[in-house]
Design a protein around this ligand. Structure first.
Ligand SMILES: [Zn+2]
Length: 364
């Protein structure tokens, strides 16, 4: 594989990577938003890339609520537009390929990009004819075309939203419908600090488990360890989105280490959303590293943080003492914890072993 260059320089970890936690609607190109707005005749408060970037991004620590408010700046441009939905999925794969990612699981809420069969219709859109089901179909098309063009593998995860339990059963049904067509799991996203009623989503998760659909849950990002416990015990989560605050409950943390629970960590995100203390040298990810926990490094919402995956790798190398060996270990764990079928997972792992010079070494 060719060397991976980022912003003109060699990447911090110049080898194939796996990304498991990134939101499609938080990973759109600013240029695309401006372009689509122009085509659709939607007036935006900014007309240049730099103006629009400052409206859509956060560059210093704030609250999760402030962060979520950024989506209001641009989601009405993309939502409900077939061409735009497919395009952002395609461009997403291109971006990831450039970052040296060989396998990515990208997540989104089908309801947040629809303008029909969704109650209430989001982002002050007029009622249209793009249903959540069609959103999934369009994203799948964009991802598949991107896979072909950029020679990497992309799968998707459909998100339930904490504040919209009425959508969750349909999210499960869409996961089931597209189970053999690109969708690998169900997620629970949104603001865990304002509404932590996980039980309202438990039916969808129960059905997902019965249907062999994989499960991840955003928990312990800004929320307490109890949210993580609930995700594992009630929702039967196989992976935890973020999970930093798990370490505040030593008993739970130890239990999850023993279970080899996977934590989808997002270093830059955790600082800018105010989920963790801004001092990276005291970050919970350091504890995960020291304990040889099972975790991955991810961007979460690179458009809103104005970052690439390189930013996260650079951050942990600079402030948390990450080594090349740890980067390899965590990517292998990410591949092992991916939601691919066993055979494809094995192939992915072999690709990594080969690229990392670890052929025949399956005991790493
Ligand atoms: Zn997330």
């Amino acid at each position: 594989m060719a060397e991976i260059f980022v912003n003109g320089g060699k990447a911090t970890f110049d080898k194939p990577k796996i990304e498991l936690h990134v939101h499609l609607d938080g990973a759109i190109r600013i240029e695309t938003i401006l372009d689509v707005a122009k085509r659709r005749g939607i007036a935006l408060p900014a007309t240049t890339v730099s103006e629009m970037t400052s409206l859509c991004t956060v560059d210093k620590p704030g609250s999760l609520t402030e962060f979520l408010d950024k989506f209001n700046q641009y989601m009405h441009v993309i939502a409900g537009d077939r061409e735009a939905i497919k395009r952002i999925a395609y461009e997403f794969v291109e971006t990831k390929a450039k970052e040296g990612v060989i396998y990515v699981e990208v997540r989104y809420s089908p309801h947040l990009m629809a303008n029909c069969d969704v109650e209430p219709i989001q982002w002050n859109q007029e009622k249209g004819d793009v249903t959540p089901d069609e959103v999934v179909h369009l994203v799948n098309e964009g991802l598949k075309e991107g896979e072909k063009a950029f020679k990497i593998k992309a799968r998707s995860i459909l998100c339930c939203m904490r504040h919209m339990p009425s959508w969750s059963m349909e999210v499960f049904e869409l996961c089931k419908k597209y189970q053999n067509d690109g969708v690998v799991a169900i997620d629970l996203a949104g603001n865990e600090s304002i509404n932590c009623e996980a039980s309202l989503h438990s039916k969808a998760y129960e059905e997902a488990e019965k249907s062999g659909i994989h499960r991840t849950v955003h928990a312990g990002e800004v929320g307490l360890p109890s949210v993580v416990r609930e995700a594992v015990e009630l929702l039967k989560a196989e992976r935890i989105g973020h999970g930093y605050h798990t370490i505040l409950d030593e008993v739970l943390y130890k239990q999850l280490l023993e279970q080899n629970m996977h934590f989808e960590t997002c270093p830059v995100s955790s600082k800018l959303t105010g989920a963790c203390e801004p001092d990276f040298t005291k970050h919970p990810i350091i504890r995960f590293k020291e304990d040889k926990a099972n975790y991955s490094l991810n961007t979460d919402d690179p458009m809103i943080f104005n970052t690439t995956l390189e930013s996260d790798y650079q951050t942990v190398k600079q402030y948390m003492g990450f080594t090349e060996e740890e980067f390899m270990r965590l990517n292998i764990n990410a591949a092992k914890s991916s939601f691919l079928p066993e055979k494809e997972k094995k192939d992915l792992l072999n690709q990594l072993y080969e690229a990392y010079g670890m052929i025949n070494d399956t005991n790493f």
